[in-house]
Design a protein around this ligand. Structure first.
Ligand code: ARG
Length: 441
């Protein structure tokens, strides 16, 4: 029973916020005359002492005391005697754990927020470095149109910027004080919830006691945000793995972020990227875990809720380290631009440009699409590139094809022409980078 019932192995991480919450609570109790000022001071002092004892490893966490709330209170009473028994006046472990979760998440999400910011800054730096270097842009992992490396990187900037904003938004809904909700219905004791809201630095107060002890949507919201963010990281990681392969050879990841093989001496494996891609599974799993834990629970508190810790802590820890290490790896990766440019000749990358050039000469787009399709087929049959087609062979391809229909075909020219807002032209990539910098500032 004890082993199943206890949450101390996980929620011991709440010790600091639990003590902060208790200090605010007892301060308010003193101000309200519910305990004397002397008693409040003694309890505060006792709590500070417990904090030190925990930090000095002088407290034994045991399943016998079930969770962090019981552990702190029990040790408090042991340290300061009977006066400690007054701490729990006008509250319940139900509002206490709701408070701890919110305080803890506020701090943790603040730190993850900073890690995502660091990643965004690294992306900006790299995008700037490679803003005009050209690589192949893919759809269906097939050669599509040339883009700049900076442009490709700035696509990720947008994704992680939204992830950052999701965390910011989640923090808004975390920032509500549930303390004083009691077990579920409020309390008969003359507490002042607005005062603890102020003491604990919350911007808002929860409106309904029953909701305050039942609500896990802020946890679910973070678990969703984490799942989306690590999905983005996983896609970026997958590209790293592809780019790092011998077939592509696009990037050189610093040795510090790769591992070797115990048997094959030539190996330089992109383990970080693979691990992040793999860890995406557990972060998705944590979201499903909590959605499932919550789905059938009647109001108000149920012990099922205790299960939130494993899922929450795991997603917090996993997301944080993945964002942090990925940013470092990206910062220490070079794009092998010479190698990358060798691939540019291969995939008929200028095909769309020819069709759009024809459009400018009043050829309807569908017709242009067909003519260029024939050009590609002709090149494939004759093992040549689009730029190798001779004018004398045009009639074989289409009777409508004339020399003025073919624009300059280099990848550089293709990139330079894409000046539409948000396009890959260097001028627009520069604009995107500037906007990104302004956002970060
Ligand atoms: N350890 C519990 C949890 O995490 C604290 C709340 C316990 N409340 C109760 N009524 N048993 O949910």
């Amino acid at each position: 029973m004890e082993e199943l019932n206890a949450s101390i192995d996980l929620d011991r991480r709440y010790y600091d916020v639990d003590i902060k919450g208790s200090i605010a609570h007892v301060t308010m109790l003193g101000e309200q005359g519910i305990v004397t000022e002397e008693e409040a001071a003694a309890i505060r002092e006792g709590l500070e002492k417990i904090r030190k004892m925990i930090e000095n490893d002088e407290i034994e966490f045991s399943t016998r005391l079930e969770d962090i709330h019981m552990t702190v209170e029990t040790y408090l009473i042991k340290e300061i005697g009977d006066v400690g028994k007054k701490l729990h006046t006008g509250r319940s472990r139900n509002d206490q754990v709701a408070l701890d979760t919110r305080l803890f998440m506020k701090k943790e999400l603040g730190e993850i927020y900073e890690e995502i910011r660091t990643l965004l800054n690294v992306i900006l730096k790299k995008a700037e470095e490679y803003k005009s270097e050209i690589m192949i842009g893919f759809t269906h992992l097939q050669h599509a149109q040339p883009v700049t490396i900076g442009f490709h990187l700035m696509a990720y900037f947008q994704m992680f910027k939204r992830d950052l904003e999701r965390i910011e938004d989640c923090l808004k809904r975390i920032d509500y004080n549930p303390l004083g909700a009691g077990a579920l219905a409020g309390t008969t004791v003359n507490i002042n919830r607005h005062r603890t809201t102020e003491l604990l630095g919350f911007s808002n107060i929860t409106e309904n006691a029953m909701d305050s002890v039942s609500d896990k949507d802020f946890v679910l919201e973070f678990l969703s945000d984490a799942a989306i963010c690590i999905m983005h990281l996983s896609r970026f990681s997958e590209e790293f793995i592809i780019w790092n392969s011998q077939e592509f050879g696009y990037i050189d990841i610093d040795d510090a972020y790769c591992t070797g093989s115990s048997i094959m001496p030539q190996k330089k494996n992109p383990d970080i990227a693979e691990l992040i891609r793999g860890k995406t599974g557990r972060v998705y799993g944590n979201l499903m875990t909590m959605l499932t834990v919550m789905k059938g629970t009647p109001l108000a508190y149920n012990k099922d809720f205790q299960e939130d810790k494993a899922a929450l802590f795991d997603s917090l820890d996993t997301l944080r380290i993945c964002v942090k290490v990925f940013a470092k790896m990206l910062e220490n990766t070079e794009f092998k631009t010479e190698e990358i440019s060798k691939h540019l000749g291969k995939g008929f990358l200028a095909a769309t440009d020819i069709a759009e050039h024809m459009v400018k000469q009043n050829v309807p787009f569908r017709e242009a699409h067909e003519i260029v399709g024939n050009m590609v087929k002709y090149c494939e049959n004759n093992n040549m590139g689009l730029e190798d087609i001779k004018e004398e062979n045009y009639p074989e391809i289409s009777e409508k094809l004339t020399a003025n229909m073919i624009p300059e075909l280099s990848a550089r020219a293709c990139v330079d022409r894409r000046v539409s807002y948000g396009g890959t032209a260097v001028s627009d990539v520069e604009r995107q980078i500037e906007a990104g910098k302004k956002y970060m500032a």
